[in-house]
Design a protein around this ligand. Structure first.
Ligand code: NAI
Ligand code: SOE
Length: 390
């Protein structure tokens, strides 16, 4: 079994998730396709990087991502920084011949995402974008049903991503509300996950018509030097401008003739990580909700008419990735498992000299859809999404 030496750039929320995934991969997938070696973690100061190394089990730390990218001992650069750093690091990593995994959205703009795609293609390195919800076993099972034709031809798709961590106007001005760092708001941050799932399960999106709004125009500046997301509501003190979208609702058309809708908001009180999918085909329907992520609801036209209705399938050992996970259905799949599966697919591609999806081309196509949603929200028109040919 070969070693893959990893450098992780960014030791925050996703730094923790990716560290857990590399540590746990061989515990779940055995024999592992490769042994992920947690070599170096990078953050903006030595203190932050050293803390991340101790907490998350990295052999060494650095406050210079450039030094780490230049290190010949490193095979894979894992980018878990805020969005504005993704392009610069990924392009440098590809030019240094490193494999790259980058958190979503691939970049703040489609132009940057394309530059990243060009760089990894030129270098011929394995590249992945971390749309990990595809790795939820129930979503992988939905994909299997669809590919087997169980619901026939897809007619419509309804996808939402609803959260409430920013519904309080006095919750802090996370970097996720600043265009120069995030690129966009709910659209790139969470709408992109639904766009990825729509593309994965249904096909390429051809046109969008959207309403995009910003309800909360300013928020308290953060204190303490770390990103606080929705915690720590504070009504006093200086505030800063929110210059990205809060909410987006889109009608979408797919190249294959299906129609649908995509919604994203982080201001929906009571919704936590509410990724809901509803897919109707000529022969059946599939429902999914991440808040009950062990389950898929399915119904088929072929069910006897007197007992046709949604039934619940629990994911477990028999469903995709199940043999590697837990031995009994409904023991519980968590966010961590989606990241472990993501790491497994990446290690497999590196070990076998292959490729993995979703890759930078998927990240770029999703960025093109995101930009079309924002454009349509701005001008009120249907907007055609350019299609990148692989
Ligand atoms: P975070 O703010 O918790 O952590 C980011 C870390 O990167 C911080 O420790 C920060 O100091 C560090 N950092 C910033 N600039 C850096 C630089 N130049 N060099 C080295 N380190 C640097 O952010 P979070 O939530 O971890 O988000 C990171 C990325 O992951 C974002 O692109 C975000 O959209 C994505 N994300 C994806 C999720 C998913 O479900 N796939 C979930 C949460 C975030
Ligand atoms: C905040 O909305 C956030 O952390 C997103 O950035 C992630 O992509 C999502 O998976 C969880 O919520």
């Amino acid at each position: 079994m070969r070693d893959v030496n990893i450098a992780l750039i960014g030791g925050g929320f996703m730094g923790k998730a990716h560290s857990l995934a590399y540590a746990a991969l061989p515990m779940f997938f055995w024999p592992a396709p490769a042994r992920p070696v947690r070599k170096t973690v990078v953050d903006v100061t030595d203190e932050l990087a050293s803390t991340a190394a101790q907490r998350y089990g990295w052999e060494s730390y650095s406050s210079s991502w450039r030094d780490v990218v230049a290190d010949p001992a490193i095979d894979l650069i894992d980018i878990a920084t805020p969005n504005h750093m993704h392009a610069e690091i990924a392009i440098a990593a590809a030019e240094a011949g490193k494999h790259v995994i980058c958190e979503k959205p691939l970049a703040p703009t489609a132009v940057d995402a394309k530059r990243m795609l060009d760089a990894v293609e030129k270098a011929g390195v394995v590249n992945a974008v971390a749309f990990n919800y595809r790795r939820t076993p129930a979503i992988a099972l939905a994909k299997k049903y669809i590919e087997e034709g169980a619901i026939g031809e897809i007619l419509n798709f309804r996808g939402t991503y609803l959260q409430d961590w920013s519904a309080d106007p006095n919750s802090p001005l996370s970097w996720r509300f600043q265009k120069k760092i995030a690129g966009s708001g709910a659209v790139g941050d969470i709408g992109s996950h639904v766009v990825d799932l729509a593309r994965y399960l249904v096909g390429e999106i051809s046109e969008v018509s959207s309403v995009v709004s910003t309800f909360i125009k300013d928020r308290p500046l953060q204190t303490g030097g770390f990103d606080a997301l929705g915690a720590a509501s504070r009504s006093e003190g200086p505030r800063g401008q929110v210059d990205v979208d809060d909410e987006a609702m889109s009608l979408v058309k797919f190249h294959n003739g299906a129609v649908g809708s995509i919604e994203a908001t982080r201001n929906a009180w009571g919704r936590n990580n509410y990724i809901s999918l509803e897919i109707h085909g000529t022969d059946g329907s599939i429902l999914f909700n991440y808040e009950n992520r062990d389950q898929l609801q399915v119904v088929f036209k072929s069910d006897p008419a007197d007992r046709r209705g949604f039934r619940t399938v629990f994911t477990g050992p028999a469903t995709p990735y199940g043999e590697a996970l837990w031995p009994i259905p409904a023991l519980g799949i968590g966010y961590g498992e989606t990241k472990i599966i993501e790491a497994y697919e990446l290690m497999k591609a590196i070990a076998e000299g292959g490729s993995v999806r979703p890759d930078f081309a998927d990240g770029y196509q999703t960025a093109l859809v995101d930009e079309a949603i924002l454009e349509s929200g701005g001008n009120g028109n249907w907007v055609t999404v350019p299609l990148h040919e692989r």
